[in-house]
Design a protein around this ligand. Structure first.
Ligand SMILES: [Zn+2]
Length: 355
């Protein structure tokens, strides 16, 4: 078990975080999507060591409450998740020992594992058509449940998955970025089959050639007018609404954990889409709050496509404030910009939306 001192209630500005993260990046490496569950913790250990060094030479003003935070890695969390009827899952697992690097021959990793209030994952919330896990990471344990979903369009929008992996790494070493009032869940890839198949347009649909962002019970159609829409290859909306296991798994999670606000990442170019047809006020407000801190445009670019069966429209119908964010292109993760988006998303007050 590796421990470091973290500063609770201390929210670093992005510029400082960027400097720290660059320090970390020299000692670790952003992991490939298909191996993150195996390598994230090892990378996190290296990153935490770098962070401990960074924090020791980088005084942070205005932070008074210092507590010891520990990092635990996953064990049998899927079963626990299914058994747990309460939305909060923080601190209820049995943490595993990390593969701690022994600093000197004389020392040994004898410290007892301590449940982390900050990080759990990966948690398998279901499986894809081909049997791949749908992995969620949890950060924080506050009352307001929020979620980031990446990779709904698989390898074709693989940069959203890489962005999710980068955010997971940042939050692993900087858990105090999460306000105490918020629990954040990150689903790194809703379409792991498409992710594994191809990073071209062939990787967009799931294993049943269903577009997972056309499969939700909201304005659903099996097929739709193609004018203005994505037409690189054939995809369908499924045989019926929520026909796909990936859709049902996320739907169950969003309802069970009473998610209140949602970002669904896509690429590329078009800007920020609020949930709802017409968009609901809370989703519009969230879109505006995110556009203020980013270059992503709101209102978005409208291509004339009639959107059917979308995740954010279903979320809107459930009372969840939801937005699609389109990254700048199909390659870059826009990490620094999305750290600002993350800050705005976590700080967004859904009880008193910004004017
Ligand atoms: Zn997309």
């Amino acid at each position: 078990m590796l421990e470091l001192e973290s500063r609770k209630e201390c929210h670093l500005p992005v510029s400082m975080l960027k400097r720290e993260y660059m320090t970390i990046s020299r000692s670790t490496q952003i992991v490939a999507p298909d191996t993150i569950q195996h390598r994230l913790m090892q990378n996190a250990v290296r990153a935490l060591l770098a962070m401990a060094i960074t924090l020791s030479v980088l005084p942070i003003s205005g932070c008074s409450s210092i507590q010891s935070a520990s990092l635990s890695s996953p064990t049998a969390l899927s079963a626990q998740l299914e058994q747990n009827s309460h939305p909060k899952i923080a601190g209820e697992s049995t943490p595993l020992h990390l593969p701690v690097e022994t600093p000197t021959p004389a020392s040994s990793p004898t410290a007892a594992p301590t449940p982390s209030p900050f990080l759990r994952g990966p948690i398998a919330i279901g499986t894809s058509v081909a049997g791949r896990d749908l992995e969620v990471f949890q950060f924080g344990s506050g009352d307001s449940q929020r979620m980031i979903v990446a990779g709904i369009h698989g390898g074709y929008e693989g940069n959203t998955i890489r962005l999710a992996d980068e955010l997971i790494q940042v939050l692993t070493v900087k858990p105090d970025l999460i306000p105490t009032t918020v629990t954040l869940y990150i689903l790194r890839s809703l379409n792991p089959d498409g992710e594994a198949r191809s990073d071209s347009y062939k990787g967009r649909a799931n294993e049943n050639l269903v577009d997972l962002n056309r499969n939700w019970p909201a304005f659903w159609q099996s097929t739709w007018p193609l004018e203005g829409c994505w037409t690189y290859t054939y995809v369908s909306g499924g045989s019926h609404p929520a026909s796909e296991p990936e859709t049902r798994a996320l739907m169950n999670f969003l309802l069970t954990y009473r998610i209140e606000a949602l970002i669904s990442y896509h690429s590329a170019v078009l800007g920020i889409f609020p949930g709802g047809q017409p968009p609901d006020p809370a989703s519009i407000n969230l879109a505006e709050a995110i556009s203020k801190v980013s270059d992503y445009s709101y209102p978005p670019i409208e291509t004339g496509c009639q959107y059917t069966g979308q995740l954010i429209d279903w979320a809107s119908l459930q009372g969840i404030a939801a937005v699609d964010i389109e990254l700048t292109n199909h390659e870059d993760t826009d990490l620094w910009q999305n750290l600002k988006v993350l800050e705005a998303f976590l700080a967004w007050d859904l009880t008193q939306p910004n004017p």
